[in-house]
Ligand binder design. Structure first.
Ligand SMILES: *Cc1c(COP(=O)(O)O)cnc(C)c1O
Length: 358
């Protein structure tokens, strides 16, 4: 009878110590993970980070690692659209039940069941920069032994510290502010060692590995994160105030404006408002198109978080495929313009928007 071949070195290495394989034990990746854990955890011991290949990889791997059939998860309605698509397409396929509710404490509380294991929220959100009552959500979750996860991509660890507020896991798309230069794709999950360790255990199986060059670029980006975010905050607040005064602008959404519906929660948890502003022109979609064609500094593109200003019309770009009814259902107004304000001279940015509005 055939004899079973003896195990090769790589076989025993991968079955005994999965963390030391090339895929999951790269020193450049580990160094950047340690810096992200220190940044988000404020230097507290017992916090770790795991890098992944994209923001969506971090979100889907975390949910797959933490949920199983028969359990229930709550998502707030304005979390990143692909996160909601993942819940609808995959969690339901795997027998996980979920609700997608308004980002208010009352709506979240009403959705809690005995099977609820996770509350997944985001702040500030796209495109209306909503900021949920994070401390309230944490308190609710603790009494029911539910884990809280927040996608804090728009805030960065410079503007918001969810772990200090008691949130269990913080997720960032490092593609945005953490990388900061529109030249990498990545994601990170940060929290207590035990829970992040359990997610890391799945990394080799789910395959969302961060490659070392990507980690190297992210490490370079992180060196200027604090400087960049300060400048994004400063420029965006100045532009939000200018737009709010402008007669051709109907409405502006920026979390630190008194006119924003969540400005009280925002002031409590955000050190700065971040770089993203949404606004609607009084004369709607076509005026918006003339505006995005007339600006000279922002590039016409739907991402955010890089040093260069970007501008887009959600109805014609990021939410175009939803059609008018789909956008109405998602609350995306036809005339909306979204700008990711970069780190250029604030005088130049205000002047450019002013001439384009004229
Ligand atoms: C971009 C983004 C994501 C997805 O990140 P990718 O790196 O593009 O996969 C998730 N959440 C938020 C809030 C984002 O802005």
């Amino acid at each position: 009878s055939p004899t079973r071949p003896s195990c090769t070195r790589s076989c025993s290495a991968s079955s005994i110590a999965p963390r030391s394989t090339a895929a999951t034990g790269n020193p450049t990746v580990a160094a950047v993970e340690a810096r992200l854990a220190a940044l988000e955890g404020g230097g507290e011991p017992g916090v770790s980070a795991v890098l992944m290949s994209s923001g969506m990889a971090a979100i889907t791997s975390t949910l797959l690692a933490m949920l199983r059939a028969g359990q229930h998860a709550i998502f707030t309605a304005d979390v990143y659209r692909k996160t909601r698509v993942f819940a609808r397409t995959y969690l339901s396929k795997f027998g996980v039940e979920f609700d997608i509710v308004e980002p208010s404490l009352a709506a979240i509380e009403a959705a809690v069941r005995s099977e609820t294991k996770i509350i997944f929220t985001e702040a500030p959100t796209n495109p209306y920069l909503r900021v949920v009552d994070i401390a309230g959500v944490v308190e609710l979750a603790r009494t029911k032994r539910i884990k809280t996860i927040i996608d804090a991509t728009f805030a960065t660890p410079i503007n918001m510290r969810p772990l200090a507020l008691g949130v269990d896991l913080v997720i960032h798309s490092t593609t945005k502010y953490l990388g900061g230069h529109n030249d990498l794709l990545g994601g990170v999950v940060i929290g207590r060692d035990a829970i992040v360790g359990a997610i890391r255990e799945q990394l080799g199986t789910l395959g969302a590995i961060c490659d070392p060059h990507n980690a190297y670029l992210l490490g370079r980006g992180l060196k200027t994160l604090a400087l960049r975010v300060e400048r994004h905050n400063h420029n965006a607040l100045a532009l939000a105030r200018m737009l709010e005064e402008h007669p051709k602008v109907a409405q502006v959404w920026y979390p630190l404006l008194d006119s924003h519906q969540d400005h009280e929660h925002a002031r409590r948890v955000l050190g700065g408002g971040g770089g993203v502003i949404s606004f609607e022109l009084a004369s709607g979609l076509e005026a918006g198109t003339r505006l995005v064609d007339a600006v000279t500094i922002p590039k016409l593109a739907p991402s955010l978080g890089g040093v260069e200003s970007l501008i887009e019309q959600p109805a014609l770009m990021s939410f175009y495929d939803q059609g008018p009814e789909g956008r109405a259902a998602l609350g995306i107004r036809e005339g909306l313009v979204r700008m990711s304000v970069g780190i250029e001279s604030v005088t130049d940015i205000l002047g450019d928007l002013d001439q384009a509005l004229a």
